[in-house]
Design a protein around this ligand. Structure first.
Ligand code: 3EB
Length: 306
């Protein structure tokens, strides 16, 4: 007998309307266009919903949906070692220009999936080229950096998905006291530092949502426990706890766990159950990570318990 299909996890974006409609959905098993990472265990989809009527939008290289409060844009583009910097720069410049033009001025969450993310030596590494181009895309524009994820893509494409809010939504970005801000990482990590905040909080009336960036075993700016999955997960849990402490009344409702080595999945789930008590079962995704010494990275959504 087939297992019963899992109900998607509903992530409700703060907004004043009552009617909720799906704005976008990450279906880990059927949606390779949004998420270039292979699911390791059956995981329920994330259904991000917002109040108000939803319209489709096409904006330059991006497609997506919007409501009065939110704009979700998505694109993917083939890129390699020689084109990644300029492709990232152009896509980011375009994203910001299009969002601006459509009247959405607050970035709240970005997902980046970078092809062959650890290929290339030193500053030529694909992730560093991506960070360089992304930073150039932000240059001269007046945006606050939001929570983000930056991990490997499973094919030759760079995937960028962005959620942007209208100015009526209250948006606050946060840094982690245990970590140096990614946008201030020292030069050893590349010519331009990664452009993201550690977490983004959103509120409208009494509705709140708190989005944690991809979080890994990094303290200050250094990777800890380079070769130990369990210890990396524990360090990650301390980083998550330190961000969660800013909004102690909010609880985790959705978790994605990006795992470098598929063969670590059982060990990872076992370690997770003790390291993240009270957290929901994670969507476990097989994906390379932005530093070659990282084995695991985790992102989480927190909301008020209902
Ligand atoms: C880190 O803390 C781990 O480049 O967009 C996490 C989240 C990481 C987002 C990004 C990278 C990004 O540096 C890597």
């Amino acid at each position: 007998m087939l297992p019963a299909p899992m109900r998607p996890t509903n992530i409700q974006l703060p907004g004043l309307g009552v009617e909720q409609d799906a704005l976008f959905e990450f279906d880990f098993h059927a949606d390779p266009g949004l998420l270039s990472a292979a699911p390791l265990v059956p995981a329920s989809a994330e259904r991000w919903s917002a109040s108000g009527a939803r319209r489709s939008v096409r904006a330059g290289s991006f497609v997506g949906q919007c409501t009065d409060d939110y704009l979700f844009l998505h694109t993917s583009k083939a890129a390699n070692a020689t084109t990644l910097r300029s492709t990232s720069r152009d896509l980011y410049a375009e994203l910001l220009e299009q969002a601006q033009k459509l009247g959405y001025h607050q970035l709240v969450r970005i997902w980046n999936y970078v092809p062959d993310i650890n290929a290339g030596e030193g500053d030529a590494e694909n992730y560093r080229q991506f960070c360089w181009g992304r930073a150039e895309g932000f240059d001269g524009a007046d945006w606050l950096l939001p929570a983000a994820t930056g991990t490997g893509s499973a094919d030759g494409n760079l995937y960028v998905s962005a959620l942007v809010a209208r100015s009526g939504i209250e948006v606050r970005h946060h840094e982690n006291p245990r970590q140096i801000s990614a946008f201030q990482y020292p030069r050893v990590y590349g010519p331009r530092a990664p452009s993201f905040a550690r977490a983004t909080y959103m509120r409208s009336g009494s509705q709140e949502l708190y989005l944690l960036s991809g979080t890994a075993s990094i303290v200050n700016h250094e990777t800890r426990h380079a070769d130990c999955l369990a210890k990396q997960l524990e360090e990650t849990a301390r980083n998550v706890a330190s961000l969660a402490a800013l909004y102690p009344h909010l609880k985790p409702i959705a978790v994605r766990c990006y795992l470098r080595h598929a063969e670590d999945q059982e060990a990872c789930l076992r370690a997770y159950s003790t390291t993240f008590p009270g957290f929901p079962k994670p969507a476990l995704l097989h994906s390379a990570l932005c530093r070659s010494d990282l084995l695991v990275e985790l992102e989480a959504v927190f909301a008020a318990p209902n």
